[in-house]
Design a protein around this ligand. Structure first.
Ligand code: GUN
Length: 297
């Protein structure tokens, strides 16, 4: 029997779990503040930042959105970053990736105050994560860990294959899962475009994570019976519908479903968890900056 992982339900539990922490902060006169910054007008990025703002409203986090003209010089974006670094009402913020071609996202990340970097992308935060002393776990990898926990999937001793070596998902998730920790202790294989015999690696997995951004790359023959399959991909594939596109994952859900013991759908799997963990990091940032101890879910 294959169980379909309900990412919306687990994300709702995390959000409910944050309510107590937000109340504790309110009792101390503090309200967590999260800002999103978008340079340019990429439609997918606009959708993502709108959803993040809606999430803030839902749980009682002060949301703020900053738009920067996509044709402006990088300095216009840096001014906004510097202002957010200095703003005591904003405990965390992110600059939506990608930025326009003339702005190097690595320069953007380095300018963000590490203690407000709720994406966990700043080199200081990456270093801390690798060292086993994470300040903020990046939202998608952390969301994947929480999903596995919620469905009692043991990572200790498990063979985990991650398809994709991105800065946002593959690399940080690999680092988290190899940590000596209850939600780590896995044996991790990270695959990428130069991997030879990808199917051999994916078939060896107890837990298979697809995070490569290639629609439906992972199909039934690449997956062994009983594998836990986590699909991080959210790809827009053009179709004839009114919207003009369909969202598909990196996993061919139809052919993999009958093989997997547990599988995440797209949408409704990892996506809601990424958003919930951004709220989590924001509350954590507020707790540290306000000097108010809170219990996190
Ligand atoms: N673009 C796609 N995913 C992300 C994310 O997690 N954070 C930011 N800042 N940009 C993204």
């Amino acid at each position: 029997m294959t169980d379909i992982i309900d990412g919306n339900a687990v994300a709702d539990e995390i959000k409910s779990g944050l309510e107590g922490a937000i109340e504790t902060l309110a009792d101390a006169g503090a309200r967590p503040g999260l800002a999103t910054v978008l340079m340019g007008d990429d439609p997918a990025s606009q959708t993502y930042v709108n959803m993040k703002q809606r999430d803030c409203e839902e749980v009682g986090i002060e949301g703020r959105h900053v738009d920067v003209d996509g044709d402006a010089p990088p300095e216009r974006l840096y001014e906004q970053i510097d202002a957010l670094n200095d703003d005591p009402d904003i405990h965390g913020y992110l600059v939506q990736d990608p930025t326009p071609d003339h702005v190097d996202y690595r320069d953007v990340i380095r300018r963000i105050a590490p203690e407000k970097d709720v994406d966990g992308f700043h080199p200081e935060n990456v270093g801390r994560l690798v060292a086993g002393d994470a300040r903020f776990r990046p939202c998608t990898p952390h969301g994947v860990q929480k999903l596995l926990q919620a469905y009692d999937v043991e990572t200790e001793g498990a063979d985990v294959t991650i398809v994709g070596r991105s800065r946002i998902v593959g690399k940080p998730l690999a680092n988290l899962l190899v940590q000596k920790a209850d939600d780590g202790n896995a044996t991790v294989t990270v695959c990428h475009s130069r991997t030879e015999d990808l199917a051999e690696k994916t078939r060896n997995a107890d837990i298979l994570v697809a995070a490569v951004g290639v629609p439906e790359l992972v199909d039934g023959p690449m997956v062994s019976e009983g594998t836990v399959v986590i699909d991080v991909g959210i790809n827009r594939v053009e179709d004839d519908t009114e919207k003009g596109y369909e969202l598909v994952g990196d996993v061919d859900f139809k052919s993999v479903k009958s093989k997997a013991s547990l599988i995440t759908p797209v949408p409704g799997g990892v996506g809601p968890m990424t958003r919930a963990m951004l709220l989590y990091n924001t509350v954590k940032a507020a707790s540290v900056q306000e000097g108010v101890a809170v219990d996190l879910p």
